[in-house]
Design a protein around this ligand. Structure first.
Ligand code: HEM
Length: 505
């Protein structure tokens, strides 16, 4: 009797398992996945599409497979969105469903598995971090408090370049000096501190570690171990270097900046809210128990990459385009001279009154988007997009560069023509009011730093054009604007030499 019961139970279990497998298979079959190249076992599409999934290669794939396409990269699902309608679904209509972030093996290390803000999933932690960062970084009050600092830093760039004799003859790598300026712009906000020169040992150390972090994170070299988990042991060496860089970097932030600021704060009264810098606000949140010490350091980490490099790359692209388009440069200079008077240095409030300057900035961000695929989004749960089923935890890349460079949406998009933003596209703003132009994203995970980035770009590019004639080096008619893409970044490959001829007023 007992034996019969066991037999029956086993049979029931067997039937249940078969039924479960059949149902799951049927469900699997019912999924209407987006089109894409045919995947092969284990590797998926990886061997077909390769490692370099930059915005241009993804555009070519979209032309073949459509505006919502699926790539199987080993074990990872990657969905590429390439037209305004589904971009609106991902970023706005279904902003919660697609509001998380994927992290690969390397970003897991640099963000402590999402203890930061930029790479954390959509939820309580992200909301708290974004709230805590808003007052010290992302309000108009911050702009009003720090604009004098940015104007001062830009004035020092002009002064320093004027002092270098070869700047006017053979030229200089202007980017190096602008990098110091961008660090100072952000370190003034964060820690109320600045670096005196490009040779400052602390600045050099910081710059080297941040550079390493970016190189390691944006490289495609580690894709294989990320896509195919059984290959991960071969990444051990790479990941070890990432861990070392991460440790050294966070230690540097802690020892030289956070602790220094704490010491200073303990010696003088910080009761005057107006004198507080960003880290004082962040440390207040730590004291209240809202975040821990690691979160504080990850906020510093996020600002170092999200704010400094993106803005610097955009300034560099803007200058490159102005050097290669002297007629546009002249038109901008004429606007500055006419509106402000020759030699009257542009300030933050002036940037609002200079439509051509604004148009030059918008056009730079359109053609040379610093984050052309936005920061990858993710759906935690299975979702629907444009009638397709999107498997849970897919990496969603919105090809914002193609939205802004597709001839179906723009007139002669390959041309650098700021006038488009004063003529046929005069209603299009950088804040995402039109889904074909999203240099800062839009919606919940959009860039909160836009409020700082735009005035910094205006002040810096404005002052350079006011004070110098920017030219290619002797014997060259143009500077090289070859692009270098990363996992989701885009910058100029060669930091070109530029001649900066001072203007006499
Ligand atoms: C020209 C300069 C900049 C560009 C082009 C840029 C672009 C972007 C883009 C495309 C995103 C991702 C949007 C998305 O995934 O939907 C982003 C996110 C972010 N940016 Fe920026 N950014 C710039 C400057 C800044 C600055 C100056 C800061 C800080 C002071 C900053 C802080 C952030 C943060 C914290 C996020 C993550 C937001 C989140 O995940 O909730 N960015 N940025």
């Amino acid at each position: 009797m007992d034996l019969l019961l066991v037999e029956k139970s086993l049979l029931a279990l067997f039937v249940a398992i078969i039924a479960a497998i059949t149902v799951s298979k049927l469900r699997g079959k019912r999924l209407r996945l987006p089109p894409g190249p045919l995947p092969v076992p284990i590797f998926g599409n990886w061997l077909q599409v390769g490692d370099d999934l930059n915005h241009r290669n993804l555009t070519d794939l979209a032309k073949k497979f459509g505006n919502i396409l699926l790539l199987r990269m080993g074990q990872r699902n990657l969905v590429v969105v390439s037209s305004p309608e589904p971009a609106k679904e991902v970023l706005h209509t279904q902003g919660v469903e697609f509001g998380s972030r994927t992290r690969n093996v390397v970003f897991d290390i640099f963000t402590g598995k999402g203890q930061d803000m930029v790479f954390t999933v959509y939820g309580e932690h992200w909301r708290k971090m974004r709230r805590i960062m808003t007052v010290p970084f992302f309000t108009n009050k911050v702009v009003q408090q720090y604009r004098y600092g940015w104007e001062d830093e830009a004035a020092r760039v002009v002064e320093d370049v004027r002092k270098i004799p070869e700047a006017a003859s053979t030229g200089i790598v202007l980017r190096k000096r602008l990098q110091l300026m961008m660090y100072n712009n952000m370190y003034r906000i964060m820690f109320d501190t600045r670096f005196e020169s490009e040779e400052d040992p602390l600045f050099l150390k910081l710059k080297a570690l941040n550079g390493e972090r970016s190189r390691l994170a944006q490289s495609f070299d580690y894709n294989y171990g990320d896509f195919i988990p059984i290959l991960r042991p071969f990444l051990r060496g790479y990941l070890k270097i990432c861990k070392e860089v991460k440790e050294r970097r966070l230690q540097l932030f802690k020892d030289y900046f956070v602790e220094e600021r704490k010491k200073l704060a303990s010696t003088k009264s910080m009761s005057n809210e107006g004198l507080k810098c960003a880290i004082d606000h962040i440390l207040d949140a730590q004291r209240k128990g809202e975040i821990n010490e690691d979160n504080v350091l990850y906020i510093v980490e996020n600002i170092n990459v999200a704010a400094i490099e993106t803005t610097l790359w955009s300034i560099e692209w803007g200058i490159a385009e102005l050097v290669n388009h002297p007629e546009i440069q002249k038109k901008l200079r004429d606007e500055l001279d006419a509106k402000l008077g020759p030699g009257v240095q542009v300030t933050e409030p002036d940037t609002q009154k200079l439509p051509y300057l604004q148009a030059v900035i918008k056009e730079t961000l359109r053609l040379r988007m610093a984050i052309p695929l936005l920061v990858p989004h993710m759906n935690l749960n299975e979702a629907k997009l444009g009638g397709y089923d999107i498997p849970a935890e897919s990496k969603i890349l919105v090809n914002a560069w193609w939205l802004a460079n597709n001839p179906e949406n723009w007139k002669n998009p390959e041309e650098f023509r700021p006038e488009r933003f004063l003529e046929e596209e005069s209603k299009v703003e950088a804040n995402g009011n039109d889904f074909k132009y999203l240099p800062f994203g839009v919606g919940r995970r959009s860039c909160p730093g836009i409020i700082l980035a735009l005035p910094i770009l205006g002040i810096t590019i404005g002052r350079l054009v006011q004070n110098f004639e920017l030219l290619p080096p002797p014997g060259q008619s143009k500077i090289d604007t070859t692009e270098k893409g990363g996992q989701f970044s885009l910058h100029i490959l060669k930091h070109s030499t530029i001649v900066a001829k001072p203007r006499a007023f």
